[in-house]
Write a protein that binds this ligand. Structure first.
Ligand code: FAD
Length: 476
C-alpha cells in the first residue's frame, strides 16, 4: 500500500510530490498522459505574479505572495530558468487610473511591494508601450519562468528522492476501504492511505468518485500568439492592461527563452481539454494588445496555442480534505495564479498530510538539488570544447534555431521521468520551439528517440497516442 498517491503531474502534483519526498513515505504520482505537464501547466502566461491582483484574505492572495517569494530559491535548487523582470499595469483612461488606485490598495493589503510610476518613466523603461499611457503600477517582484520546465524539474527531483511516477495511468475509479483507498487506473490498481487530487480541469470528476460534490470545475480557455526571438525586447517587463471582471486581461510577456507571448483570452468552454485556437479569439488578442503596445510585428508570429483554466464555482483555490472522506485531499480550482502559488500550495499539502499520517519521518537522503542540466549554448567556448572532447554528441547541432545538440536530447531522454515523445523533447530542451517549429530538426529527433528507446521510428509519437509522425518506410 502506498502512503500517498498524487493524481496529476502538472505543476501542482509535481511540486507536492517533491515537497513530500522530504519524508520517508511510499509515494506514487499517477498521470493519465504520456508526459509530465501536458495540460494547463503547458499552456499559460508563465508569469510569477507579484500578488496584488487576488482579493485580500483569499487563499489565492496568501499563496500567490508566498509562492512568489519562494521562486528564486526553488528555481536555483532545481536549475530552472527564472527571471525577476517586474510587471507594469498600465492606465490609459480616467477609469483605469481609478483601477490603479484600487490595485495599489490591494497590494498594500496583500503585502506586495508596488510603486506608481508616471508616463515618462514607463516610456523610458518600455519604449514600445502605447503613447496614450498615463500612469502605471510597477511591481518589482513579478517574474517569468519556464512553467513546464519547472514541473519536469520538480518531478525529476522527486523521483531522485524516491517518489514513483506512473505515466499513461488514468484514474478510472476510487473506492473507499476500511483503511485507505483502492484506486483503479487504465494500467491496473493500487492502494493508498492518502490521495491528493491534483487533476486540474478533471478534479471534480475525481472528487465525485468518492461521493464528494462540493464544487464544480468551469473550464475557461485562453488563447495566445508566440513571437519569434528575432523580435528582441519588444517589452522588458510583463505588461498588463488594467484588469476587468473577466480577469487580468490580455498581456504582453517576455519569456525566459527570449520570445514574446501575447494573450490570453478568457472564455468559458465545455471541453476540459479544449486546446484549440480560433480566428475570433486570436483577433481579440490582436486588438487588445494593440491598445497597450505599439509596433507589434505580427508577421513574426511563430505559433498560436490555447490553455484551459480549471476555474471552479468557488472562485478561490480549494485546498481541503473532502467532507465525509478523510484522507482524500482536494487541491482544485487552481486557476491563475496557480503556477505562482504552486510552491506554497505544496507546503499546505505537506501540512495536511502530516496531520493525517502522524508518524512521518524525514527522508535522511533527501537532496533538494536536481542533477545539473547542460545547456550547451550557454557554455563558454572552452567549456564547449572540453564537453565535445568528452562526449562528441555535444558537437552535433540538431536544432539550428535554438542551437540544441544531440547530447542535450539524449540527456533529456535518459533523465528520471525522461522524454518519450517529440513534444517531450521539445518541452525539455527546445528543438522545435524556434522559428522553423521543428521543420528541420523533427526527423532527427524522431531518429534519436527511436535509437535511444529501442523503438521503431514509425512508433515514435509527436504527443498523444495516434500522433505518429511516420507511417512506414518508402524504401527498405
Ligand atoms: C490561459 C492561462 C494563463 C495562465 N497564466 C498564469 C500565469 O501567468 N501565472 C500563474 O501563476 N498561473 C497562470 N495560470 C494558471 C496555471 O497555469 C495553473 O494554475 C496551473 O498550471 C495548474 O496546474 P495543475 O497541476 O493544477 O493542472 P494541470 O497542469 O492541468 O495538471 C493536472 C494533471 O492531471 C492529469 N489528470 C487529469 N485527470 C486525470 C486522471 N483521471 N488520472 C490521472 N491524471 C489525470 C492531467 O493529465 C494533468 O497532467 C494560467 C492558466 C491558463 C489556462
Amino acid at each position: 500500500m502506498y502512503d500517498i498517491v498524487i493524481i496529476g503531474a502538472g505543476i501542482i502534483g509535481t511540486s507536492i510530490a517533491r515537497e513530500l519526498s522530504r519524508y520517508e513515505a511510499k509515494i506514487l504520482v499517477l498521470e493519465k498522459d504520456n508526459d509530465i505537464a501536458n495540460a494547463t501547466t503547458m499552456a499559460n502566461s508563465a508569469v510569477v505574479h507579484a500578488g496584488y491582483d487576488p482579493v485580500p484574505g483569499t487563499k489565492k492572495a496568501k499563496l500567490n505572495v508566498k509562492g512568489n517569494q519562494m521562486y528564486p530559491q526553488i528555481c536555483k535548487e532545481l536549475d530552472v530558468p527564472f527571471r525577476k523582470v517586474g510587471s507594469i499595469t498600465l492606465a490609459l483612461t480616467d477609469e483605469d487610473v481609478k483601477t490603479l488606485d484600487e490595485l495599489e490598495e490591494q497590494a498594500h493589503a496583500n503585502n506586495v511591494p508596488v510603486r506608481r510610476i508616471g508616463r515618462e518613466e514607463i516610456l523610458a523603461r518600455e519604449p514600445n508601450v502605447s503613447k496614450e499611457v498615463r500612469e502605471g503600477l510597477f511591481a518589482p517582484t513579478a517574474g517569468i519562468v519556464g512553467p513546464w520546465e519547472l514541473a519536469i524539474a520538480y518531478m525529476e527531483n522527486a523521483v531522485q528522492n524516491g517518489v514513483e511516477l506512473a505515466l499513461n495511468s488514468k484514474v478510472e475509479n476510487i473506492e473507499k476501504k476500511d483503511t485507505g483507498f483502492k484506486i483503479t487506473t487504465s494500467q491496473g490498481s493500487c492502494e493508498a492511505k492518502v490521495i491528493i487530487n491534483c487533476s486540474g480541469t478533471h478534479a471534480d470528476e475525481l472528487n465525485s468518485m468518492i461521493g464528494g460534490g462540493a464544487y464544480i470545475i468551469k473550464p475557461r480557455a485562453g488563447q495566445y500568439f508566440v513571437l519569434d526571438k528575432r523580435v528582441g525586447n519588444l517589452v522588458n517587463s510583463v505588461i498588463f492592461p488594467c484588469p476587468s471582471r473577466e480577469g487580468k486581461g490580455v498581456l504582453v510577456v517576455p519569456t525566459v527563452h527570449g520570445n514574446t507571448l501575447l494573450g490570453p483570452t478568457s472564455t468559458q468552454i465545455r471541453d476540459r481539454e479544449g486546446d484549440e485556437t480560433t480566428k475570433e479569439g486570436l483577433d481579440f488578442v490582436r486588438k487588445q494588445v494593440d491598445r497597450i503596445v505599439g509596433n507589434i510585428p505580427f508577421d513574426q508570429v511563430i505559433r498560436s496555442f490555447a490553455g484551459v483554466r480549471a476555474s471552479s464555482d468557488r472562485e478561490d483555490f480549494i485546498i481541503e480534505e473532502a467532507k465525509d472522506c478523510p484522507g482524500f485531499i482536494n487541491i482544485a480550482g487552481i486557476d491563475s495564479p496557480g503556477l505562482t502559488a504552486a510552491p506554497a500550495i505544496a507546503l499546505e499539502a505537506e501540512q495536511m498530510v502530516k496531520g493525517i499520517l502522524k508518524n512521518l519521518l524525514p527522508n535522511k537522503s533527501f537532496n533538494p538539488n536536481r542533477k545539473r542540466v547542460i545547456r550547451f549554448e550557454e557554455l563558454s567556448v572552452e567549456e564547449k570544447e572540453n564537453l565535445i572532447r568528452e562526449n562528441p554528441q555535444y558537437g552535433n547541432i540538431i536544432c539550428r534555431c535554438e542551437k540544441i545538440t544531440e547530447g542535450e536530447i539524449v540527456d533529456a531522454i535518459h533523465r528520471p521521468g525522461g522524454a518519450t515523445t517529440v513534444k517531450g523533447i521539445k518541452k525539455r530542451v527546445r528543438p522545435g520551439m524556434g522559428r522553423c517549429q521543428g521543420g528541420f530538426c523533427e526527423p532527427k529527433v524522431v531518429e534519436i528517440l527511436a535509437r535511444e528507446t529501442g523503438k521503431r521510428m514509425d512508433d515514435i509519437l509527436y504527443n498523444d497516442p495516434g500522433s505518429n509522425i511516420l507511417i512506414g518506410r518508402t524504401k527498405e
